[in-house]
Ligand binder design. Structure first.
Ligand code: NAD
Length: 291
């Protein structure tokens, strides 16, 4: 019997890569329900699986901000069960906090946090009843450490960490394993997409000169460093496979071993060393006076 996998956010990036990889798995061990918010974007996925795979891949519409669409997917699963639930859909948000609107902030939390919660809530009772299941969540370094001008994105991903870690303790008693795949920068549309919601140049005029300068320095500098650390989707997908293959999966997997300053964060728990080191690293040209 094939393991039934449901993945959210499969129109691009990591979700698409994972769906294709599992649908093509030589063992034929997976039946993948690749879901996406907007079915008009299914061409990319279809191009990757040209030549069949009807028996290992089904594409369904699912917007994780819409409970009805999640329930509709649940009803459309022929096997009436999900063995591996992959909560992958997520959006970024970049910009000085003072410029973010309530609407924009709520939207990102609605996808990254509540969308993940809704999806888990929908499929959990059936997993609990069977005393079996895997939940895999696409996590982020931004859920483990703060990054400037990613305040609300990091807040949403930190929240996901709390959600998963808390659930893991209970789910342990149901033979359900929850794992976070902690990604550093990945070569997807994610960065470009986040620029769509970030404040426009004209709006930047509304903030003070110092914040604006720091923001612009961050954007420039980060494009450079994130570029150096950027992983290909295939490498990240490999880590998902590792979690899937593990007999007893861990709570956290790291796709990228270079976790800037994480050790500082762990060994100096008042946070001061992390903030100092991250400031120096991310704003190398700034004079830091009062740290
Ligand atoms: P991506 O933008 O290519 O993929 C995100 C997917 O989520 C898209 O297909 C998008 O349509 C989908 N999505 C957004 N809102 C949705 C909704 N309401 N319902 C259903 N789907 C929705 O980028 P990606 O890098 O593949 O992102 C996947 C995950 O990886 C995200 O959770 C992201 O936070 C995380 N991540 C990405 C990076 C990176 O650098 N790319 C780093 C760390 C973590």
């Amino acid at each position: 019997e094939k393991a039934v996998v449901l993945i959210t956010g499969c129109s691009s990036g990591i979700g698409l890569g994972l769906a294709v990889r599992l649908a093509y798995d030589s063992s034929g061990a997976f039946k993948v329900y690749a879901t996406m918010r907007d079915l008009s974007k299914k061409e990319r996925l279809l191009e990757c699986v040209r030549g069949g795979h009807e028996d290992t891949l089904k594409i369904l519409q699912m917007d994780i901000t819409d409970q009805k669409s999640i329930l509709a997917v649940k009803q459309n699963i022929e096997e009436k069960r999900v063995d591996i639930l992959v909560c992958n859909a997520g959006v970024g948000l970049l910009g000085p906090l003072e410029l973010l609107t309530q609407d924009t902030m709520q939207q990102i939390l609605d996808v990254n946090l509540f969308g993940t919660i809704r999806t888990i809530q929908t499929f959990l009772p059936e997993m609990k009843a069977r005393r079996s299941g895997r939940i895999i969540v696409t996590g982020s370094l931004g859920g483990l450490q703060g990054f400037p001008f990613n305040d609300v994105y990091c807040a949403s991903k930190f929240a996901v960490e709390g959600l998963c870690e808390s659930l893991a303790i209970q789910l342990h008693h149901f033979n359900i394993h929850i794992s976070l795949i902690e990604c550093g920068p990945v070569n997807t549309n994610f960065m470009a997409n986040q620029h769509k919601t970030s404040p426009k140049e004209s709006e930047l005029q509304k903030i003070d000169a110092k914040t604006k300068a720091l923001y612009q320095a961050y954007i420039q500098h980060c494009q450079r460093i994130f570029q150096d650390d950027m992983q290909d989707t295939e490498n990240v997908v490999q880590v998902f496979l590792e979690a899937i293959a593990a007999e007893t999966p861990a709570l956290r997997y790291y796709t990228n071993t270079s976790m800037p300053f994480n050790r500082l964060k762990l060994s100096f728990q008042d946070g001061s060393q992390y903030i100092k080191a991250a400031s120096k690293f991310l704003f190398p040209d700034e004079q830091l006076t009062d740290l």
